[in-house]
Design a binder for this molecule. Structure first.
Ligand code: AMP
Ligand code: MG
Length: 404
């Protein structure tokens, strides 16, 4: 098996991933999907100059001398709620009652907020001056006609959906979500409705991977467990190939019953088997059978988890047309010194927190590839570079964010 670095492996993988097609969805269904078109405003928002306050549209020059002790009397000549327009043009020493969002009446050049006025019969007393333009939101202040308001490739957030509605879009194009088959392998692996006797264990990877696929945006297709038997593996992989991507766990190491490699080798002529310079996770199979990318992840639960995040997640994201395909990273202050041997990049399960002054990261005490418990509390993966053997307490380090 060739030895390869994490970035190299990822680059090779991504070079073989093509985006899937598009589909149209209603914006109510668009949260978390990848936008496949630029959203361009077909109108100005707001459509016209309007009031930012409940108050009175005025001519600023009329009230330059106004103070609470020496207010200026203005006659109120009209009333403009949001959604209507003034019927008159404002003249000197007049005001028009206006509500937030109401269009600025012709003739006026400022809005005096209600709190700076007192009622005075049919008019008001202005108790403060106003600058020209005060409390006026200009037409197009939010969005200008023709402007690209959201760029394609983003993962759609609630604010994006709000903006789509601002410009009147009820449906949009998004990248199709790939279907991702999950195939667990191993004679010792038992289904959740079975009973693990003796040396057997439940199929935890299958369900964890299913959730990881979903959180990356893919559609998981649970394929159950294949025995360590080439015929069974062959049959189940054959089924799995009906999906857009296949992810398997186990059977890619150097053990006597690690038959996933030989099975994949027979099925495809474009398979690569690597030892990735990382921990946890070292053995990795990747290739394509026909058009379908296959990820043969290692079986140890934490290895499987971390390998998925490093290699399969970005591939799923790329298939959906996403611009940011990697886990986001933050810089954080390490809370304790950690050691390792040089030569492999370590991903350490870790807890990122905010201590009131700075972002800190506490690596879990136990980091074994079979100790899933360490990942249970983790919200990040500390990136411990390949060439380093120590990261000191208090150092700034890079952490991948696991929050979905
Ligand atoms: P393998 O890569 O097949 O040699 O598996 C490595 C380790 O991961 C073994 O201890 C397996 O029992 C364990 N393992 C493999 N597949 C799973 C799975 N689906 N769920 C939980 N543990 C697994
Ligand atoms: Mg196995």
């Amino acid at each position: 098996m060739a030895m390869i670095q994490v970035d190299e492996a990822r680059d090779i993988i991504l070079s073989k991933i093509e985006p899937k097609g598009l589909e149209k969805v209603f914006i109510e269904e668009a949260l978390g999907r990848v936008l496949a078109e630029d959203i361009i405003a077909g109108l100005n928002n707001p459509p016209m100059d309007n009031s930012a306050m409940d108050g009175y549209a005025v001519i600023a020059a009329d009230i330059q001398s106004a103070t609470p002790d020496n207010p200026v009397k203005l006659e109120v000549v009209d009333h403009v709620p949001a959604g209507s327009v003034a019927g008159v043009t404002l003249k000197n020493n007049q005001a028009i009652r206006i509500m937030t969002g109401g269009p600025i009446p012709p003739g006026s050049d400022a809005v005096l907020m209600q709190e700076d006025t007192d009622k005075n019969g049919g008019g008001i007393l202005a108790k403060d001056k106003a600058e020209v333009g005060e409390n006026i939101r200009l037409a197009g202040e939010d969005v200008k006609e023709g402007e690209v308001v959201i760029k394609k490739g983003v993962a759609i957030t609630p604010a994006h959906i709000g903006m789509m509605a601002v410009v009147g879009r009820s449906s949009i194009y998004v990248g199709q979500r790939p279907t991702v088959a999950i195939l667990s392998t191993g004679d010792e692996i038992v289904e959740l409705d079975g009973t693990p006797t003796g040396p057997c264990i439940y199929n935890s990877n299958g369900y964890m991977l299913s959730a990881q696929i979903r959180s990356a945006g893919g559609i998981p297709c649970y394929m159950g467990v294949a025995r360590d038997d080439e015929k069974d593996l062959m049959e189940k992989f054959d089924w799995a190939l009906k999906c857009d991507i296949v992810v398997s766990s186990g059977g890619v190491s150097v053990g006597d019953y690690d038959l996933v490699k030989s099975t994949l080798d027979k099925l495809g002529n474009d398979m690569m088997f690597w030892k990735v310079a990382m921990k946890p996770g070292k053995p990795l199979a990747f290739g394509k059978i026909g058009e379908v990318p296959i990820f043969g992840l290692p079986g140890n639960p934490v290895s499987s988890f971390v390998s998925f995040e490093q290699f399969a997640r970005p591939a799923i994201k790329k298939m959906m047309g996403a611009r940011d395909i990697m886990l986001r990273t933050v810089q954080a202050t390490l809370t304790r010194t950690v050691h390792k041997k040089t030569g492999r990049l370590h991903f350490m399960s870790a807890v990122i927190s905010w201590d009131g002054n700075e972002t800190t990261v506490a690596p879990a005490e136990e980091q074994g590839s079979g100790v899933l418990k360490s990942a249970v509390n983790a919200n990040g993966l500390l990136v411990f570079p390949l060439e380093k053997d120590e990261l000191k307490s208090g150092e700034q380090v890079t952490v991948q964010l696991l929050d979905v």
